[in-house]
Design a protein around this ligand. Structure first.
Ligand code: GLC
Length: 428
């Protein structure tokens, strides 16, 4: 099919065994199941090793299909594949914001889960339930976090910033002092500033931390054009060229991590996966980094992080839905989530694992920042349903216009409000 060439497909391994299927589906014939996995950080390797283990155990084979790193590009690819009813991919890794957009292409996993979803965070299970169907099993969850260079803060006698205003000031101070001392590649703050879904996550954090709401309220009201949201964007609009490189306007997660992990930034906003990699054996900043909740928007603001995370779904067009569901149940199980938490600092969606000693030894912040994970702010994907991507697109473009200086914060929010009203016409 047309899209095939754009997919980097790698066939994995597992020699079919003669053993009957594990996981209680002994009647089914062995099959090849293809699964789409993300490739941010070490995600692809972890997906492959997990899927291979299942293949070995069950006698099936797996084909791993790696997809674009950008959530936005991945959605476009999935929409094309699913709209054509293609059976190329049996198991889809889907973003927490997609059940409403893609859910009608997926089977109800409740028929195969034997109630396993009850061990997972209830709001995520609810998020993944569309029209009464469990269209996706939670795989890992995410929340935006602040990474900082412990060594540089200590050297300059600065505390971890409690507010975005303090972060702005500390970033500039350390950046200037270090540059004056010869470290001229150092920047104060890196984040996701490219015009894509990642910027929606970052910008929602700025707005929510200032008390400026969630773009669209739970009741469907468009709330973004308010003084607190404008204040948040005024501050963020001062960063590019001052504490953040111009290039940040084109950074996604991995570009920001590249700069921070090579030692060239004081602060970084990123997801939990960046911890494991930042502390890996060959990381130049190993042992020098700290991680905490994102700052508040001023003394009256709040600490917040956008809720992210990924789920696994089985396509309605799969030729082997039962076997594909077995793979989903294996990958989302407690044992596999524990392995991924330890090897890659991917946050489990099973509360019990946040008290697991081995998990906490690998990722102590899973314990310290538990509240940040469980109180993360959701993007308005549930209330805006199938229109979410258009809403987010309008929001990230408005955010990008402010960051790049194309628009001032007040004008951008007023224009965004009009745009969202147009999108909402005839309702969400
Ligand atoms: C992370 C999050 C996901 C979000 C994406 C944006 O992958 O888990 O929910 O949409 O980043 O770039």
């Amino acid at each position: 099919m047309m899209l095939r060439n754009s997919l980097v497909a790698a066939t994995a391994l597992a020699v079919p065994l003669l053993a009957p299927l594990a996981f209680g589906h002994a009647g089914a014939q062995a099959a090849e199941i293809s699964i789409s996995c993300g490739a941010v950080g070490i995600e692809l390797e972890l997906c492959k090793s997990g899927a291979d283990a299942w293949a070995e155990k069950t006698g099936n084979t797996v084909k791993i299909v790696s997809t674009p790193n950008s959530t936005t590009e991945r959605l476009a690819l999935y929409q094309q594949l699913l709209a054509s009813g293609a059976d190329d991919i049996d198991v889809f890794q889907i973003d927490v914001i997609w059940p409403g957009i893609l859910g009608n292409h997926f089977i109800d996993l409740a028929a195969y889960s034997q109630g396993a979803e009850e061990a997972h965070f209830a709001p995520i299970v609810e998020n993944n339930t569309v029209g009464g169907s469990l269209v996706a099993m939670p795989w890992y969850t995410d929340a935006g976090l602040l990474y900082y260079r412990k060594d540089l803060l200590e050297k300059h006698g600065r505390p971890v910033p409690a507010t975005w205003q303090e972060l702005t000031e500390t970033a500039k101070y350390i950046q200037d002092a270090e540059r004056a001392a010869g470290m001229d590649t150092l920047w104060g703050f890196v984040f996701q500033g490219k015009a894509y879904e990642g910027l929606t996550c970052d910008a929602l954090e700025w707005v929510d931390s200032f008390g400026g709401g969630e773009i669209v309220g739970a009741d469907g009201e468009i709330t973004i054009n308010n003084p607190k949201a404008i204040a948040a964007f005024e501050l963020a609009g001062s960063w590019v060229g001052e504490i953040s490189p111009d290039g940040v306007l084109n950074y996604a997660e991995e570009e920001a991590r590249g700069v921070f992990q090579s030692g060239n930034a004081v602060f970084m906003r990123n997801w939990p996966y960046a911890w494991g990699l930042g502390n890996s054996a060959d990381s130049p900043v190993k042992g020098k980094i700290g991680v905490t909740a994102l700052p508040r928007g001023g003394p009256d603001g709040k600490n917040t992080g956008t809720l992210g995370g990924w789920q696994l779904s089985v396509s309605k067009y799969s030729a082997h839905p039962e076997i594909a569901a077995d793979l989903v149940m294996y990958l989302t199980s407690e044992a596999e989530q524990k392995r991924r938490a330890i090897e890659g600092t991917y946050n489990p969606t099973i509360a019990a694992l946040y008290e697991d000693e081995d998990v906490l030894a690998a990722a102590p912040f899973f314990g310290d920042l538990y509240e940040t994970f469980t109180n993360a702010v959701a993007r308005p994907s549930r209330v805006t349903g199938t229109k979410y991507n258009r809403v987010s697109n309008a929001f990230w473009n408005a955010s990008h216009d402010v960051l790049s200086g194309k628009s001032d914060a007040a004008t951008a929010m007023a224009d965004l409000e009009s745009e969202l009203k147009r999108i909402k016409r005839r309702g969400w």
